[in-house]
Write a protein that binds this ligand. Structure first.
Ligand code: PRE
Length: 290
């Protein structure tokens, strides 16, 4: 049986992604942080790991990207997009009004997705960041009082909390992309979800900063008609102004177009590495078992 690590505890959105991706033939193992989950795959404690990588409202999960790039470079072997619905959760003994909440706990990404709601309804509450929305729900469960957590309905059920206000994320169509990481070449036991295409993520480091450098990189893809679905720059952490680019290309890595583009970039002096070429899945609430 495969062991699949995820950002826990129970009741996180990452656990929802694991439930949607895999059937009962896996054993899910909860980790407290994203780096701990990635380390577990690297050390062989788990066969696979599932971590969030990007949210529709708040953008990239930098902790995941940076850890994969600078610390533990594991290949991405699948991606799952999951609908994200944030609720304001309180202890069942809370009888007050929303404005009486003194402190809100949640993951940075979840709080960021609800900034307007908080600003308009509970502007004086302190914000305390937790390692996940599930952990936030655990804290409110154990402390009670005038505290709230931001998290999902599963967390409310798991920790016996009441939903004081539902759908509090600031924009509709809130989704998060999760990636599946693997070290060994074993197959990935994803159940019969419909594949939504294949994608390749690469990292490009420019040789130095010069006029038109990024334009040259992009043209290696554009004249080959390779569609890019994302480009993001991240600091190399070697000094201000030093960046590399993470580029998602909407197709599988192949030996013709891709290796041509790669060779062209290398001829320009760029370093190119492939973070993964992998299937994409869309998970709906129907696929997430309770
Ligand atoms: O805290 C959780 O529940 C997570 O699974 C992490 C995470 C994230 O890092 O983006 C996942 C989805 C939501 O966007 C909010 C938080």
């Amino acid at each position: 049986m495969y062991r699949v690590g995820y950002l826990g505890p129970k009741g996180t959105f990452t656990e929802m992604a694991v439930n949607g991706l895999f059937q009962d033939n896996i054993q899910s193992v909860s980790y407290k942080t994203i780096p701990a989950c990635i380390d577990a795959v690297e050390s062989g404690d788990t066969d696979l790991g599932v971590v969030p990588i990007e949210n529709a409202i708040e953008g990239s999960v930098h902790l995941t990207l940076d850890y994969l790039i600078h610390q533990v470079p594991l290949p991405i072997v699948a991606e799952a997009t999951v609908p994200i619905t944030q609720h304001l959760l309180v202890h069942p003994s809370f009888r007050g009004e929303m404005k009486e909440i003194e402190k809100i706990y949640s993951h940075t990404q979840a709080i960021a997705q609800c900034h307007q709601f908080i600003h308009q309804n509970i502007p004086y509450a302190d914000l305390e960041y937790t390692t996940s929305t599930g952990e936030a729900a655990q804290v409110v469960h154990s402390k009670g009082g005038n505290l709230a957590a931001i998290g999902n309905e599963r967390a409310a059920n798991e920790y016996g909390l009441t939903i004081l206000n539902s759908d509090i994320h600031d924009y509709p169509n809130n989704h998060t992309r999760f990636v599946v990481l693997r070290k060994k070449e074993d197959p990935v036991p994803i159940h019969e979800l419909k594949k939504q295409g294949v994608k390749t993520t690469i990292m490009v480091t420019l040789p130095r900063d010069y006029a038109g450098a990024l334009h040259q990189v992009l043209s290696a893809f554009s004249w080959r008609k390779m569609n890019l679905s994302k480009i993001e720059s991240r600091p190399m952490k070697t000094g201000l102004g030093n960046y590399f680019f993470i580029i998602d290309v909407d197709q599988e890595y192949d030996d013709v177009l891709f290796s041509g583009a790669k060779a062209e970039l290398q001829a320009l002096g760029c370093e190119v590495s492939v973070l993964g070429t992998y299937p994409k899945y869309m998970i709906t609430t129907r696929e997430i078992k309770s």
